[in-house]
Design a protein around this ligand. Structure first.
Ligand code: ADP
Ligand code: ZN
Length: 642
């Protein structure tokens, strides 16, 4: 069977997506590959299809233990014989899986990296033919990556110990050029085909704001997105609780998710969100792995995450169905401090030794600085992210907060000179608060005690304290100043201070334009405007309904409960059937069919089994399992409306 036929038979898709086919062909020809594709691009198919086509069993190393069960469930539902081996199983279950495996029961086995050195896995690998070794989340092997796992270091030894070396395929969604190099070298890939599909997600609109009041900024943003579904990521559990509480009190349809809740509540809340019973999910970064919800139309970060890798992955959960979506980051200087603290006190981090610990923390701080750069840059935001991942994008995208500029460049050369010389005269011994007090000439007892009120820079600046703090933050980010890593950070001169103090370099900074009042009334909708907007929405839906080809888009619109047109009942009916099947079989709904498969059913309204097989996402096994039920539901729906 060809790769394309295999794709249709098991996964029900008619075409390969960008990058999938070349990777599959390379693997089949015996060449190692490294596939770097953004989240949602379809990496799994790239190793699952060769696994099905090759002789023997493919071993897939993955660190995401909590996802393995779902992944294997999804494969089993599609008729692929698969199993997983990780610490969530009892010893008896592991032995059963191993003995099934020896008996040739599986084509794909997922293994946690920690299990590789165990003797039972080694024995298994001796007694079966390993067709391929796949390394998922391959960036975990690199100490340059955001998610280094020492257990990944065992993989090369495991490969070398195999009776014959299988083809090795590695995949990741986030890899800077440095991490890519590490993956190739550390995994020992042989003359690998490295395929990078573009990282750009053209339908995402990026924005960063630094509001005085984050909650108010969030509420305002949400009011402009009435009826649509999205995620609000917060830095801590406590913030999740607070934000979710405020949103609910404000009448928003919100739920919450973090590691401090019971399993039961987490599952319930996740389902509420997946089924649009709750439109807004307020969560820590524990939420989202393996979530395949297609109609997420915004992702707001209430706090700045620790690095660009995390940000892009989380923000990338918006707009997976290809429709326009917003990614908004609400930034504050406090976020930087919180993340610095987390790097120092990360309880989940695994360090082999003290030296590596220091090295990794230093790299973590570097990634954090890049994230803070993103949050304060006046350059194109999309461009910033793409450059970070090694692409060379144009410097203007026209679809981000910076490009649609609400910033203006101001010259802060004089401020920079004043601040740097003030820090120098204070002998680089004080924190930013004292620096600001001295610059502004604020009388205080401590300043007098240290004789700071006698300095020539005492009271030299007429800027408000808030602006001075902002400028100091900026100068520190740019390397003109430095901040020590103590509990009470001290401001010192940075490596670039000479450029300003002696070199006379000009310094510019983007600050929000001083005309916020003009744009505010636009955001506060009057009753009339709201009515008009709703009517506009309804007109749009009617127009779309007339156009059969765009029914997929209209289904997405129909999923917005606020404006649900009455006869989008079919999609609803199919969703209901799907959720019944899912809860009966105890699998997540998308394992039965994805939203896009249901949408395609609504568009094609198949009558026969052959026609049902023509639906995107319906393969041979799902046809046999679910065909009759779904055909029945479609039939019933048609008889009701005709
Ligand atoms: P990734 O691991 O890259 O984040 P997945 O492998 O989970 O992405 O795939 C994302 C979604 O795309 C899944 O629902 C998958 O079934 C679907 N998909 C994968 N390949 C194709 C294809 N060729 N055509 C249509 N849908 C596909
Ligand atoms: Zn841009």
């Amino acid at each position: 069977m060809t790769a394309l036929k295999t794709l249709k038979k098991y996964f029900g898709y008619d075409f390969f997506r960008t990058g999938q086919e070349p990777l599959i062909n390379d693997i089949l020809s015996g060449r190692d590959v490294l596939g770097i594709m953004p989240t949602g691009a379809g990496k799994s198919v790239c190793f699952q299809i060769p696994a099905l086509m090759m002789d023997g069993v493919a071993l897939v190393v993955s660190p995401l233990i909590s996802l393995m069960k779902d992944q294997v469930n999804a494969l089993t539902q599609s008729g692929v014989a698969a199993a997983y081996i990780n610490s969530s199983l009892t010893q008896r279950q592991i032995e059963k899986a191993l003995s099934n495996a020896r008996g040739g029961a599986y084509k794909i086995i997922y293994v946690a990296p920690e299990r590789l050195p165990t003797s039972d896995i080694a024995a298994l690998a001796e007694s079966i033919k390993v067709s391929m070794l796949t390394v998922d989340e391959a960036h975990c092997i690199s100490q340059w990556g955001q998610d280094f796992r020492p257990s990944y270091a065992q993989i090369p030894a495991f490969i070398n110990a195999l009776p014959s070396r299988p083809v090795v395929s590695a995949f990741t969604a986030t890899a800077t050029p440095r991490v890519r190099e590490d993956i190739v070298n550390l995994l020992g890939l042989r003359n690998p085909q490295i395929l990078v599909t573009g990282f750009d997600r053209a339908n995402l609109r990026f924005d960063v704001r630094k509001p005085a009041n984050k909650y108010r900024a969030l509420a305002k943003f949400l009011d402009g997105k009435a009826g649509s579904s999205g995620i609000v990521y917060c830095g801590t559990r406590k913030t999740v609780e607070a934000v979710c509480g405020m949103l609910r009190a404000g009448g928003y349809s919100a739920s919450r998710y973090h590691a401090g809740l019971t399993d039961q509540e987490r599952h319930k809340n996740q389902d509420d969100f997946l089924y649009d019973r709750a439109l807004i999910m307020v969560a820590t970064n524990a939420f989202g792995m393996g979530i395949d919800k297609s109609n997420v139309s915004f992702v707001v970060h209430y706090n700045m995450p620790k690095d660009i890798e995390s940000y892009y992955q989380e923000a990338g959960r918006a707009g997976r169905d290809g429709s326009e979506a917003d990614c908004l980051l609400l930034y504050s200087g406090q976020d930087v401090r919180l993340n610095e603290w987390m790097i120092e006190n990360d309880r989940d981090a695994q360090y082999p030794d003290k030296k590596t610990e220091e090295l990794l923390k230093e790299r973590g701080r570097k990634r954090l600085r890049d994230m803070a750069f993103y949050s304060t840059t006046s350059d194109c935001l999309r461009g910033f992210i793409l450059k970070y991942f090694g692409e060379t994008p144009p410097n203007y995208c026209g679809k981000c907060g910076s490009c649609n500029s609400n910033f203006e460049t101001i010259d802060i050369t004089i401020d920079a000179q004043q601040i740097l010389s003030c820090v120098a005269r204070m002998n680089e011994r004080f924190g930013s608060r004292m620096v600001v007090d001295v610059l502004r000439g604020t009388e205080n007892e401590k300043a007098a005690r240290f004789g700071l009120d006698k300095l020539s820079t005492f009271g030299i600046s007429s800027r408000p304290a808030r602006q001075l703090r902002e400028i100091i933050d900026f100068l520190a980010l740019q390397g003109y100043l430095a901040r020590t890593n103590d509990e009470y950070p001290v401001i010192k001169l940075g490596g670039r201070s000479e450029e300003v103090l002696r070199g006379g370099a000009a310094v510019q900074m983007k600050l929000p334009k001083e005309t916020p009042k003009r744009s505010e009334p636009d955001l506060r909708e009057t009753r009339e405007e709201r009515k008009e907007r709703k009517e506009r929405g309804a007109r749009k839906v009617r127009k779309i309904r007339g156009d059969r080809k765009s029914i997929v888009a209209s289904v997405a619109a129909a999923m917005l409960p606020a404006e649900k047109p009455a006869d989008f009942g079919l999609f609803e009916a199919l969703r209901k059937l799907r959720s019944e099947i899912a809860s009966e079989q105890r699998v997540p709904a998308y394992v039965v069919f994805t939203d896009s498969a249901l949408a395609d059913m609504c568009m094609k309204m198949p009558r026969t089994k052959e026609e049902f097989l023509g639906v995107s996402g319906v393969g041979q096994v799902k046809l046999e399992k679910f065909g009759e039920m779904f055909l029945g539901a479609i039939e019933e729906y048609k008889s009701q409306i005709l």
